[in-house]
Design a protein around this ligand. Structure first.
Ligand SMILES: Cc1cc2nc3c(=O)[nH]c(=O)nc-3n(C[C@H](O)[C@H](O)[C@H](O)COP(=O)(O)O)c2cc1C
Ligand code: SF4
Ligand code: SF4
Ligand code: SF4
Ligand code: FES
Length: 594
């Protein structure tokens, strides 16, 4: 382990290790152990720090070295084998005596101090480098403030960085009405997808006179490609809790709940621990911060269904029932959990609240567009060089996000951007390109919502099934004239006849792709998939370019190509499973796909 905090005067720098979910999945725990070992073996006087998501999830595992008085250096895609060299290139052991002693004790053969050691140079990221600068440069961290800097569970550090200042101000200087007014002026809208004005929602709950009122943080996040809330919960637990406390005070809530999907074990673990630490520090429980305000929060793990993210289904789930959405109105603000007024806000919504109170509504209000103020966190994934978690001002163009921050390989034209836009939900942004089949993509999204339909409404249950049947036919070359019109018709009825947002939005990927890429649907009706993605509609054959090198025959996993040295080869269509191996291995482009 590194030195204790009491040795701070001796500390010559800091080493930060990202411990978000992506980091952990990429092996950052092994990196942590390697760092601890190296620091111990070399007797280094450096501070080791675990930080949350840095946002650069495409570069994990990440290690940042901050030697005292020198520029920080961020290392990406680090392996445990790199750690020793990286650390030793920044921090030589304290003195010659210690160096020799460590050498003897730990049998370190070679202490590497050359900063330009080849093996690590390629991982070195400088924040001033163009690609890192463009990833970070367009962003405004509010919900993700101090990302990659703070230890998610260190409550003292959170305090040092103005944490709990907002709740303190609220409890000592503001009435609930003033808090709501501030949130209204900020122009904040819910980040859970529907964009409902947050201040107005709080006011509706505050107006209710019931003695019991509840508050829920929605951390269900089941939409494909989204991981914003997971990262916020894992990396900034106190910020979300502070937002919930401010909201609870403003609306007069008596008890609070985190609803977090069970598939997010790290988020569940961090929030559970953060809640305990808050209780130990008088941030939760009776007479919070010695005020008259008492409030506590408990955590409920999500039932695993996408529809449970819908606020009324979520309420049913907390009550122990099956997650069926309820008919609205009445809205939860009037009649929610256990039939009492309930405030349901998204995780990111709560994560923005402390900033607004601390810095004033105007500072938030001046970011963004006329209708949408502040910032939005996006989970960026797909056909881009730099995926991860980003926080950008509302109104930024998709182009700026995809090209400058995401670093898409080729300039993206308007249609491709529309493809990305058409799939954008509450913040999960999956970037596609012209090698993706739009009919197949629409089928993928519809298959997801169809499977997740709770079955309560006929149109959502059967309409989506019928639409999926048509898409399956189209993708297997069985399309018929009239299929596009039938999809449009069913899509409109499903939107109209569904009770909740799941059914109301399920047809969107189909309807928008028909609107923008109708020619791709028409091609499928004629039995052709323009991108070749729909494997049922393509056929592999060998053309006259073949030089008889036999590579494809050696590579084919099912023996569909007979081994005939120096002769033109042929593919047996009965055996071919369309794995594409032959095309990839052929050096003379002799494998055709039609
Ligand atoms: C099928 C479906 C799934 C939803 N999933 C989520 C979710 O995972 N997280 C979330 O905050 N809101 C989700 N919502 C929206 C919630 O119903 C609700 O509007 C939101 O939590 C309100 O928070 P906000 O006002 O802060 O945006 C979902 C809605 C539907 C229809
Ligand atoms: S629209 Fe679909 S998911 Fe929503 S209540 Fe109806 S059947 Fe269930
Ligand atoms: S790899 Fe190409 S050139 Fe070689 S045998 Fe196969 S098709 Fe012919
Ligand atoms: S596509 Fe795959 S299965 Fe078909 S012939 Fe080529 S290697 Fe064999
Ligand atoms: S989870 Fe590690 S950088 Fe995002």
């Amino acid at each position: 382990m590194g030195p204790k905090k009491t040795d701070r005067q001796k500390i010559r720098g800091e080493i930060r290790i990202g411990l978000g979910s992506c980091c952990v999945a990429s092996g950052s725990d092994d990196i942590r152990q390697a760092v601890e070992r190296t620091v111990f073996e070399n007797g280094l006087e450096v501070q080791l720090k675990h930080v949350g998501c840095v946002g650069m999830c495409h570069q994990v595992p990440l290690v940042e070295i901050l030697p005292e008085g020198k520029e920080p250096t961020l290392y990406a895609k680090v392996t445990p084998g790199d750690v020793k060299k990286i650390i030793e290139s920044h921090f030589a052991p304290p003195d010659l005596f210690k160096r020799i002693r460590n050498k003897l004790i730990n049998a370190i053969e070679n202490i590497q101090t050359d900063i330009h050691w080849d093996g690590i140079e390629r991982y070195h990221l400088n924040v001033r480098e163009k690609h890192v600068a463009s990833f970070l440069g367009n962003q405004i961290p509010i919900a993700t403030e101090y990302r990659g800097i703070i230890n998610p569970l260190d409550i003292e550090e959170y305090r040092q960085r103005r944490g709990f200042e907002a709740i303190q101000r609220v409890l000592t200087k503001m009435s609930p009405e003033e808090v709501i007014s501030e949130i209204k002026i900020s122009g904040m809208r819910g980040r859970g997808g529907a964009c409902f004005p947050t201040g107005l929602k709080w006011e509706l709950v505050a107006e209710q006179k019931n003695p019991m009122k509840y508050l829920i943080c929605n951390g269900d996040e089941g939409d494909p490609g989204a991981f914003m809330d997971r990262m916020l919960l894992e990396s900034y637990p106190y910020r979300v809790i502070e937002g919930m406390l401010i909201a609870a005070y403003a609306v007069g809530a008596t008890a609070g709940y985190f609803y977090i999907r069970a598939e997010y074990p790290l988020a569940v673990k961090r929030i559970t621990r953060a809640l305990e630490i808050c209780r130990e520090n008088n941030i939760l429980g009776q007479n919070i911060m010695h005020s008259d305000f008492s409030f506590d929060i408990q955590l409920v793990e999500g039932a695993g269904a996408f529809v449970c993210g819908e606020e009324t289904a979520l309420i049913e789930s907390i009550e122990g029932n099956r997650g069926f959405p309820r008919l609205r109105p009445p809205y939860p603000a009037e009649k929610g959990l256990w039939d009492q007024p309930t405030l349901v806000n998204n995780t990111e919504t709560y994560a923005q609240i402390a900033y607004i109170i601390r810095n004033g509504a105007e500072s938030f209000n001046k970011i963004g567009t006329q209708e949408c103020k502040g910032t939005k966190v996006f989970a960026l994934a797909g056909k881009i060089a730099r995926g991860g978690l980003i926080e950008v001002p509302m109104g930024i163009t998709i182009c700026a996000v995809v090209e400058e921050i995401g670093g898409a390989d080729t300039p993206i034209d308007l249609l491709t951007l529309t493809k990305a836009g058409a799939m954008m939900g509450s913040g999960g942004m999956v970037v596609l390109d012209d090698t993706d089949c739009m009919v197949d993509i629409a089928r993928y999204f519809l298959a997801f919502t169809q499977k997740e339909s709770c079955g309560k409404c006929t149109f959502c249950r059967i309409g989506t099934r019928r639409m999926l049947d048509i898409l399956n036919r189209l993708c297997s070359g069985q399309g018929r004239d009239g299929d596009i019109e039938e999809l449009e018709n069913l899509g409109e009825w499903t939107k109209k006849g569904s009770l909740c947002g799941l059914g109301k939005t399920a047809p969107n990927p189909v309807l928008t792709t028909i609107r923008y890429f109708r020619d791709e649907y028409e091609a499928h009706i004629k039995g052709k998939c323009p991108t070749g993605r729909c494997v049922d509609m393509i056929k592999y054959s060998i053309n006259d370019q073949c030089i008889g090198c036999t590579l494809c025959a050696q590579k084919c996993p099912v023996g569909a190509i007979e081994f005939k040295p120096h002769e033109k080869h042929a593919i047996d269509p009965e055996k071919c499973i369309k794995c594409d191996s032959c095309r990839q291995v052929c050096t003379v482009d002799a494998v055709s796909v039609e």
